[in-house]
Design a protein around this ligand. Structure first.
Ligand code: HEM
Ligand SMILES: *[C@@H]1O[C@H](CO)[C@@H](O)[C@H](O)[C@H]1NC(C)=O
Length: 159
């Protein structure tokens, strides 16, 4: 009973330090090996993102999907997300998460990647999650809350 009450308070966001991490981890476990599928879904929904990659610009998405270069890049993106998600749920890891996100934002800012492209990336990404991950309202709420915190860090830099 005690746990049910905590869970319900957690879901309505009434407990400030409620642990959303397990919900996020469950969803991520179910799709984290779909690297190529995820990048494909992002490029398909927003060709303007694909167009920013020197190695993919102007190429047919269905042709490059099976290439080694595509897999390599998909794995890089997904591994970064896997690393961040693995650090969630332990407040000692907050500085490490901030470092990863700061580096990501700075690396991309120096390539001229702006906030609007990250917003689009995130929109396509959440659509992928809704359609393919272990998902329900509780996971959606936890996922949105955690994403919002992390996006704030990236958006402040890429602007
Ligand atoms: C918002 C749209 C994005 C664009 C247009 C973009 C574009 C790029 C480009 C052009 C590169 C260099 C690729 C190369 O030369 O091989 C790159 C590298 C990389 N991207 Fe992105 N990216 C985006 C979002 C993301 C996101 C959301 C993540 C992870 C969550 C990510 C993770 C990485 C990683 C790990 C690398 C390799 C390390 C580095 O060079 O920074 N990217 N990205
Ligand atoms: C939390 O993270 C710190 C720093 O990474 C680590 O030393 C500690 O063992 C972690 N605690 C738990 C419960 O995982």
């Amino acid at each position: 009973m005690k746990y049910l009450v905590i869970l319900v308070l957690c879901l309505v966001g009434a407990l400030a330090h409620c642990d959303k991490a397990p919900f996020v981890k469950t969803a991520w476990e179910s799709v984290k090996h779909n690297e190529v599928d995820i990048l494909y879904a992002v490029f398909k929904e927003y060709p303007e993102i694909q167009a920013r990659f020197p190695q993919f610009v102007g190429k047919d998405l269905d042709n490059i999907r099976g290439s080694a270069a595509f897999a390599t890049h998909a794995v890089r993106i997904i591994n970064l997300l896997t690393e961040v998600i693995s650090l969630l749920g332990n407040s000692s890891n907050i500085p490490a998460i901030n470092n990863i996100l700061n580096d990501l934002a700075n690396n991309h800012k120096s390539r001229g990647i702006t906030k609007d492209l990250f917003v689009k990336f995130n929109a396509a990404f959440i659509n992928y999650m809704r359609a393919h991950a272990t998902w329900n309202n509780e996971i959606e709420a936890a996922w949105n809350a955690v994403s919002e915190e992390n996006e704030k860090i990236v958006y402040a830099i890429v602007a």
